[in-house]
Write a protein that binds this ligand. Sequence first.
Ligand code: NAX
Length: 352
Amino acid sequence: MGSSWFDDSMSPSSPVTVTVTGAGGQIGYALLFRIASGAMLGPEIPIRLQLLEIPTGQKAAEGTALELQDCAFPTLDSIAVTTDAAAGFNGTNIALLVGARPRGPGMERGDLLQANGAIFGPQGAAINDYAADDVKVLVVGNPANTNALIASAHAPDVPASRFTAMTRLDHNRALAQLAATLNVPVYSISNVTIWGNHSAAQVPDISHGLLRQPDGNKIPLVQALAQKLGGTASVEQWLEEVFIPRVAKRGAEIIEVRGSSSAASAAAAAVDHIHDWVGGTADSWTSAAIVSEGSYDIDPGLISSFPVRSTGSGWQIEQDLELSTGVRARIDTSLRELREERDLVRSLGLIS
Ligand code: NAX
């Protein structure tokens, strides 16, 4: 393995190199088959997979690579498994940073950030030195926003806008809860936003959301919910007591019911994030954590979730949305958490 078995005469495009860290873990297992099958970049694009693990996860990643080979995906050009960051990120166009250090018993937030700094700092530096010029990075491993900040700080030659963190799972969870409540297809809902940190302090915001009705007309989601729940006051109560906590704490709910954390849904969200970043968003915006340039009074340099669209070349923040007092207060709480994490990693010397 490691060599290309894709015959050039069969390929209309040159291969895209995709690096996945934590490839031996449970998200890796759900993610790699979708990437290799063409779900992320389309059926015309050959994929060169580079799987980066630590020694304890190497065997599992090698086993997954054998299974990937056995799928005989026409889009899969080659697979290499490595524990060497330079080899793992060599020439990579798309880097999915999934592997991270989970919070162990008795670990404080500072310990967690320190342990992850030891992973994401060197990985950022390796991306800086070995990745392709057009590299795009998605951090999935938690705490995702701050891990992305650390990686970006170690990659001075890569534009900060190429380092993103995943809030697409939260976004998809919000869409799914709305669709279930309104008893409508999920694709009829648009312009929902997750703001802030990928944590329990995230801000699911439906105030600009739209529902496309069977006749094609769009109405505000708030109006559709008021009809369903019996008035605007009931919508406010539902948002506060049901919707926001359900979306923000869905990860804990999955662990309780399933016995382990979200894997396939996280993988699907990672595929959606890269698919839309590279291929462009359709008629709705989506949510992604990207570096702030100051929009919505979010501190420049912080990696925060925003409403974003892509035309294929990069994420653009949807500007000038009016924020209610309630949404603004929640964003400020989420921002305080992001600032605390940034200040902590700065005090630990993980960023300057
Ligand atoms: P697993 O513990 O199943 O797998 C993690 C894998 O990463 C392991 O195989 C481990 O050997 C590997 N790893 C650890 N350090 C590494 C390093 N330095 N380089 C390369 N590989 C390394 O965890 P899994 O369930 O796959 O979750 C992975 C991460 O995703 C966790 O941090 C988790 O918290 C995070 N999540 C993020 C989500 C998001 O929406 N942003 C949602 C799902 C998930 O909770």
